[in-house]
Design a protein around this ligand. Structure first.
Ligand code: PGA
Length: 253
């Protein structure tokens, strides 16, 4: 089954509103949305909460994603943003479970699951991140870790709700380090994840679900990853920040 390729830039805590606007101007000048459409690639960025409105306004046709969302609609959750708040500005995507949230802020697969369930119930798309640390990789328990993250994170979802889920395999040791996972590792784990989705939600869901690789993806290596059978795209941090590099990533898919 042919799955669409997907390039998503994760800006993390980068870009002021002015910088986000400048990026959008460049995207417009370079007709990147048109290029993506011609190539059949889904193209998006995940700015900070503060820049979401600006990017929505200035980059028509780009998928605009939050980097996190709370599972409750409202309430005493200082510093958080809710699903209705995102929907009010027409943001229908969020990254969930990024390793930086897991590592620095105690995000667990259980809290990810609460968020994902709330999102799909509200027609929101989740890019659910999974990945092992360097110690877990060295201990040879990558697949056990991934299994726990996938099974717990997606617990309680129906087959149909899987249409709202994109998975991203991001080995923690490769994020922002320049130390990529080899294409073989990326393919092995993405194929393992697809197998898990088959086990949990059946063949159709497993063939349809998009699985991205993330971790030091650059313009000079994105092509190789996307040749792998089970890698449907890339979640890119550092190399997505500058519009020129973002353009090259897209061109090289
Ligand atoms: P990186 O980040 O491309 O800078 O390694 C990827 C990510 O964290 O999504």
């Amino acid at each position: 089954m042919a799955r669409k390729k997907f390039l998503m830039g994760n800006w993390k805590m980068n870009h002021t509103i002015a910088e986000a606007n400048a990026f959008c101007e460049d995207v417009k000048d370079a007709s990147l949305v048109k290029l993506a459409r011609n190539k059949g690639v889904m193209l998006g960025v995940a700015p900070t909460f503060l820049s979401l409105t600006a990017v929505k306004k200035h980059a028509h046709g780009l998928i605009v994603s939050a980097q996190d969302v709370h599972y409750a609609d409202h309430g005493a959750y200082t510093s958080n943003i809710s699903i209705p708040m995102l929907k009010e500005i027409d943001v229908n995507w969020s990254i969930i479970g990024h390793s930086e949230k897991r590592t620095y802020e105690g995000e667990t697969s259980f809290t990810c699951n609460r968020k994902i369930k709330a999102m799909v119930a509200n027609d929101m798309h989740a890019i659910y991140c999974v990945g092992e640390t360097a110690a877990q990789y060295d201990a040879g328990i990558t697949k056990d870790v991934i299994r726990e993250q996938v099974v717990t994170g997606l617990q309680g979802l129906t087959k149909d709700q899987m249409a709202y889920i994109v998975l991203a395999y991001e080995p923690v040791w490769s994020i922002g380090t320049g130390k990529n996972a080899s294409v073989e590792i990326a393919q092995d784990i993405c194929s393992y994840i697809r197998g898990l989705i088959n086990e949990l939600f059946g063949k159709v869901a497993s063939q349809k679900v998009q699985i991205l690789y993330g971790g030091s993806v650059k313009p000079n290596n994105i092509h190789d990853y996307l040749q792998a059978e089970d890698v449907d795209g890339a979640l890119v941090g550092g190399a997505s920040l500058k519009s020129a590099s973002f353009k090259e990533l897209l061109e090289n898919i």
